[in-house]
Design a protein around this ligand. Structure first.
Ligand SMILES: Nc1ncnc2c1ncn2[C@@H]1O[C@H](COP(=O)(O)OP(=O)(O)OP(=O)(O)O)[C@@H](O)[C@H]1O
Ligand SMILES: [Mg+2]
Length: 370
């Protein structure tokens, strides 16, 4: 017997399991990404948020195997081939081989945070967008040019017929960003990774680009991973949200639940930093105290404890908190919710551990089952 849930829940397109990227530096080993796991379903959008340096872009680039060979990578990045294109683990592919080139653009496309990364200065914008279309969609050059022009127009490049033969340096930053979005969408990928896709654009074109991504998602069932600092964009476009801090996901939940009932002190801090309608003019926005430390030689403790207003002395520095399952869809990495957390040290006033948790949650296995 099938349940209603099985009938209506779309298939998982991408599963990332225990993804780790460590970089040897002169100061020690930088744990840029440290055991990240998530899944994205067809037609759904996962938002990834977190302060600068938390490992969002590094995680994204690793999904396309774009890191230099000296970075130490591990984990699994599985494409499930729900459209019949076949199941594979991207992490098993040679980073310069033909297999990964067949994945890039067609199965996973990326909108980069820095638009210059995507284009070579030596070829026209049109040649570069058409290269991917010719590789993945059609071998007919005239048809590829038509598809390219259509997408340039769709992303708001007005005089596309002239622009198509120009070089990247003839495009302004905002125009290059639009061209990169056209390149990413033109091959109708199974998964789109959009790393701050609208930061360089003005507000009206931002809304247009987000709408375009959502239109294509509705047409093709593309799964989207959206990396952004903008929590308003997350609220308007994402189904689920993962909050990253120092290379780890510290909380993950369906978008409404995360905004209505955040459980990690870091998530609560991020949400308190958004301006609200109806705020008094003299009301100050909350800022999370302190800065993100470098993820080098971190001791095995909660890495947020130094900035955390709910820190429990004698607990948060004893170990790294486990990822806990509050509900099937809501996970958090914090001792406040851990029934097996060590007992806090007694204080001079005899104060016991604070009781902010409505959940005493079981741990999520660090490696999700296949
Ligand atoms: N090419 C590189 N070489 C060395 N360290 C790097 C490199 N790229 C990123 N890092 C480091 O890896 C960590 C994660 O960086 P990442 O770019 O993923 O952050 P981010 O979350 O995308 O931040 P932002 O919001 O500023 O884009 C940071 O400590 C950063 O300094
Ligand atoms: Mg980034």
């Amino acid at each position: 017997m099938t349940t209603i849930d099985e009938d209506t829940t779309p298939a998982t397109v991408l599963s990332v399991e225990d993804l780790t990227v460590h970089l040897p530096t002169e100061h020690g080993l930088l744990r840029a990404v440290d055991g990240v796991s998530f899944q994205v379903r067809a037609g759904r959008t996962l938002g990834i948020v977190g302060e600068s340096g938390s490992g969002k872009s590094m995680s994204a680039k690793t999904l396309l195997r774009l890191n230099p060979g000296r970075f130490r990578e591990s984990g699994r990045v599985r494409l499930h081939g729900t459209d019949g294109s076949g199941d594979l683990d991207v992490m098993e592919l040679d980073r310069d081989g033909p297999m990964i080139r067949a994945v890039r653009g067609r199965r996973i496309a990326m909108i980069f945070q820095e638009p210059m990364t995507a284009f070579s200065p030596l070829h026209t914008i049109g040649e570069q967008i058409m290269e991917a279309i010719l590789l993945h969609r059609t071998s007919d050059r005239a048809e590829a040019r038509e598809i390219c022009l259509e997408w340039m127009l769709r992303v708001g490049i007005g005089d596309a017929a002239r622009r198509i033969d120009q070089y990247p340096h003839q495009f302004s930053g905002g125009m290059r960003q639009r061209a990169m979005i056209a390149m990413a969408l033109s091959c109708e990928p199974e998964v789109l990774i959009a790393d701050e896709p609208t930061t360089a654009l003005d507000v009206t074109i931002q809304a247009q680009v987000l709408e375009l991504m959502q239109d294509l998602q509705a047409e093709t069932g593309m799964a989207i991973v959206l990396i952004t600092h903008d929590l308003a964009v997350v609220a308007g476009t994402c189904d689920e949200v993962a909050v990253m801090y120092l290379g780890r996901i510290v909380e993950q939940a369906p978008v409404r639940e995360l905004f209505a009932d955040p459980q990690h002190p870091y998530t609560r801090g991020l949400l308190r930093s958004i301006p609200r309608l109806g705020m008094r003019r003299d009301e100050r926005l909350h800022a999370i105290e302190g800065t993100v430390p470098q993820a080098i030689d971190l001791p095995p403790m909660c890495s947020f404890r130094g900035r955390c207003t709910d820190r429990i002395e004698g607990v948060c520095e004893t170990a790294e908190p486990r990822l806990l399952e509050l509900t099937e869809a809501h996970h958090v990495r914090c001792f406040l919710h851990d029934p097996e957390a060590p007992a806090p040290e007694p204080t001079a006033t005899g104060a016991a551990r604070p009781q902010p948790s409505r959940h005493d949650a079981p741990a999520v296995p660090e490696e999700s089952p296949a």
